[in-house]
Design a protein around this ligand. Structure first.
Ligand code: BGC
Length: 379
């Protein structure tokens, strides 16, 4: 009984405070701090549903915001830049109060962001930094340079040049490796590649690893839109052009699990993956379930696990801060210069997953079940 009265009084207090704010609703040009969550809409723009990670990200962000009572407008853009621009435009005209955006092309949303700024809608860049605009208010991501370092270290460990603890391994090489990078229009691709190349450099300079194709510049090794098929095709071309003399590919730096699966398919089609002709270590990123199975089966070397649940949580914390007219807390205010300004960021740590820590990192943490890993499919 007394609880009911308290709830009723709370409702009256809320109604009075809303009235005091002049009843400004969602999408108005002014403060949202007095609004009820149910009156506030968060626009969430994700790049594509072809990669599992973005589905997991979208779902996590939506669930967490919905649980707090907010309305969510979640859209996926099929990796098509005009579609994403249009979806963001629509979110703005339909009165979004905050935008959370994982951009396809980090430089393509300037006019949308200007429209958002004109309506005082805060913009949070989600995992991928939006470039060349002053209207990016916050960035949530992982330490992307360290992702690249971790990928290179996993490759060196797979080759036996390093031990799992990072100390010098017993192998001497020289090993033939090939390099892949992500989409050039994704700011992250550059961070991953430079982290990896800085780590590989002493080994390349010392002659223990050799990029046999000679393709070492990001422009030569990038895969537009992070497409699996494009990576498969490039690996096939490399095999035909640079390994037609009986030499073998002994390691591949791959920045994303989808690309890794394309690369592995090309290698399998060329006869790799037998006792006489073993699959070289191929790295990855995102702990996609199909790749986790490949790691568990000893086919793919490793992946970098980025817990999308934690990233979603940070995005929600930042969105809520903006809705309450507060400034979200950053833990990095130096690294992410988008060409116009340094965007305050919240960066999360990453974990390298090999076969022997799948259980600890992915199953015990509840990210996947053991059955999902065995099947290579998430429920
Ligand atoms: C993300 C990676 C992802 C890649 C491809 C990058 O921006 O940071 O986690 O593998 O996009 O979707």
């Amino acid at each position: 009984m007394s609880r009911k009265i308290l709830v009723a009084l709370g409702g009256v207090a809320l109604a009075l405070s809303l009235a005091a704010c002049g009843g400004e609703g969602a999408g108005s040009d002014s403060s949202t701090s007095g609004d009820k969550p149910a009156d506030l809409t968060i626009g969430v723009s994700m790049p594509t549903q072809t990669s599992e990670r973005w589905i997991a990200d979208g779902n996590s962000v939506k669930e967490k915001l919905t649980a707090k009572g907010y309305k969510v407008d979640l859209q996926y853009a099929n990796d098509d830049i005009p579609t994403q621009s249009q979806q963001v435009d629509q979110m703005i005209t339909q009165g979004a109060d905050v935008l959370i955006i994982a951009a396809i092309d980090g430089t393509a949303l300037s006019s949308q962001l200007q429209a958002a700024a004109d309506k005082k809608i805060p913009v949070i860049a989600y995992d991928r930094l939006i470039r060349d605009s002053k209207n990016v208010d916050f960035y949530v991501s992982f330490d992307n340079y360290k992702v690249g370092v971790a990928q290179a270290n996993a490759l060196l460990t797979g080759l036996g040049l390093l031990k799992a603890d990072g100390s010098k391994g017993t192998a001497t090489g020289p090993f033939n490796i090939e390099l892949f990078a992500g989409s050039l229009d994704d700011n992250n691709a550059h961070f991953f590649f430079s982290g990896a190349m800085d780590t590989l450099k002493p080994f390349v300079d010392g002659g223990t690893v050799k990029v046999k194709s000679g393709q070492t510049k990001i422009e030569q090794v990038a895969i537009l839109r992070w497409q699996q098929e494009t990576a498969q095709k490039r690996m096939e071309d490399l095999l035909t052009k640079s390994y037609n003399d009986g030499s073998k590919v002994q390691g591949v730096l791959s920045p994303y699990d989808g690309l890794s699966r394309g690369i592995i398919t090309a290698l399998q089609n060329a006869g790799y993956g037998t006792a006489a002709n073993p699959m070289p270590p191929v790295t990855g990123q995102d702990a996609e379930i199909a790749s986790v199975k490949l790691i568990n089966d000893g086919v793919q070397n490793s992946t970098i696990f980025k817990d999308t649940r934690l990233l979603a949580e940070q995005a929600v914390i930042a969105a809520e801060a903006f809705l309450q007219d507060k400034t979200p807390t950053a833990n990095d205010t130096k690294t992410y210069d988008n060409g116009v300004k340094v965007v305050p960021s919240y960066l999360l740590p990453v974990v390298t997953v090999y076969k022997d820590n799948i259980k600890k990192e992915l199953i015990d943490s509840g990210y996947y079940t053991a059955e999902e890993v065995a099947a290579g499919q998430a429920k």
